[in-house]
Design a protein around this ligand. Structure first.
Ligand SMILES: [Zn+2]
Ligand SMILES: [Zn+2]
Length: 197
């Protein structure tokens, strides 16, 4: 728990109340590493449920194995399983609706990250993300070149201007290094780099 959590939103209040080990730094770091707000919310809520069930006097140790979160917050379980888990909770003196109401929504988590902590999902794209984007751009162009070439040929065929039978168009993108002579297809060149010192 960090002291710099000046906000009083549900995330902070819940975390303080139940001593959850999810400080703001690790939340932001996980988010910026690509963990979705939905996943963060889920981890948070699971930790909350565990903390609350841990506080029960004389509760059975079978709790951790029960997917309480799924029962309360998702449609992933069968109705029979959900009823079973809710009964189990009630038997231990927990009101399922009350427990559900203490869970945070992913909107709340999102607001905590963006408004309370003033963080953004990914301030700088990683090298992998930049390469991915470059690939998307170039391959979209490659596909387009193939399509345009094919339809151009078709037009020529329809007007009897060319004698091509059943043409297949291949667009190959090669990258060469003028310095060292390395050559490879675009994707390989992008990941491998050339042989220049
Ligand atoms: Zn907050
Ligand atoms: Zn080179």
């Amino acid at each position: 728990m960090t002291d710099d959590a000046a906000c009083t939103c549900k995330v902070s209040r819940t975390r303080d109340e139940f001593d959850l080990e999810m400080d703001d730094d690790s939340l932001v770091a996980a988010w910026q590493d690509g963990t979705s707000v939905r996943e963060l919310t889920r981890s948070f809520n699971e930790a909350l449920i565990e903390a609350r069930l841990d506080r029960l006097d004389g509760s059975s140790t079978t709790w951790n194995r029960l997917p309480v979160y799924d029962a309360l917050k998702t449609d992933d379980l069968s109705e029979a399983d959900v009823i079973e888990i809710q009964r189990e909770l009630e038997r231990d003196g927990v009101d399922p609706d009350e427990l559900r109401s203490t869970l945070i929504s992913h909107q709340t988590m999102y607001r905590h990250l963006t408004s309370c902590l003033d963080a953004s999902a990914s301030p700088d794209p990683t090298p992998d993300e930049r390469r991915e984007k470059a690939r998307d751009t170039v391959y979209a162009l490659q596909r387009r070149t193939t399509l345009v070439t094919e339809s151009t040929i078709e037009t020529l065929q329809n007007t009897g201007t060319t004698d091509l039978g059943d043409p297949d168009v291949l667009v190959d993108i090669q990258v060469l290094c003028r310095e060292c002579g390395y050559s490879a297809d675009f994707d390989t060149a992008l990941t491998e780099g050339c042989n220049c010192p």
